[in-house]
Unconditional design. Structure first.
Length: 135
C-alpha cells in the first residue's frame, strides 16, 4: 500500500469557524466506522475529531515534483472507498485558506464510478465511489 493512501493524519482539536458548517456537522454524524478520504486531513480531524485517508496529490509539496504514482494511487483509493463503502469528503471551495492539490472527484472518475452522495448548503459534498464491473 502506498504511504499516501494509508497514512492517517491526526491533528489536535481546536475551535475553527468551519466547525459549524453543514459539511463538518455531517462528517461528525457519519457512523464511527465510516472510511473517509479527503484532501484536508488535518482540518477535518481538527474540526470533527475524525481520522481520514489523504487523497493522492498531483505534485509532491516538498520537492515540487509530479507524483509519478498518481494514477495507481487513485486506483488504490477508489478500491478502498468502494470496498469499505467509504466517502470522499470535499469541502466548500469558499474555504480558500486551505490549498488543495489532491485528487478531485473528476480524477477519481477516471478510474471508478463517482456519484454525489450528499450536497450541503455550504457547498461541501460527500461522494461515493464504486468500481465498475470488470475493473
Amino acid at each position: 500500500v502506498v504511504p499516501t493512501l494509508s497514512a492517517v493524519d491526526h491533528g489536535t482539536p481546536s475551535g475553527n469557524t468551519q466547525m459549524t458548517s453543514a459539511t463538518m456537522r455531517a462528517v461528525r454524524r457519519l457512523p464511527p466506522d465510516t472510511v473517509i478520504a479527503t484532501g484536508v486531513n488535518t482540518l477535518l480531524y481538527t474540526d470533527t475529531g475524525r481520522a481520514s485517508i489523504r487523497v493522492p496529490v498531483r505534485v509532491h509539496q516538498l520537492t515540487n515534483r509530479p507524483n509519478g504514482s498518481f494514477t495507481s494511487q487513485l486506483r488504490q483509493l477508489a478500491a478502498i472507498l468502494a470496498t469499505h463503502h467509504g466517502v470522499l469528503v470535499v469541502l466548500p471551495a469558499a474555504w480558500s485558506d486551505f490549498v488543495f492539490s489532491g485528487a478531485t472527484p473528476a480524477d477519481l472518475a477516471r478510474v471508478a464510478d463517482v456519484h454525489v452522495l450528499r450536497s450541503f448548503s455550504d457547498g461541501g459534498r460527500f461522494y461515493e465511489v464504486t468500481l465498475p464491473r470488470g475493473r
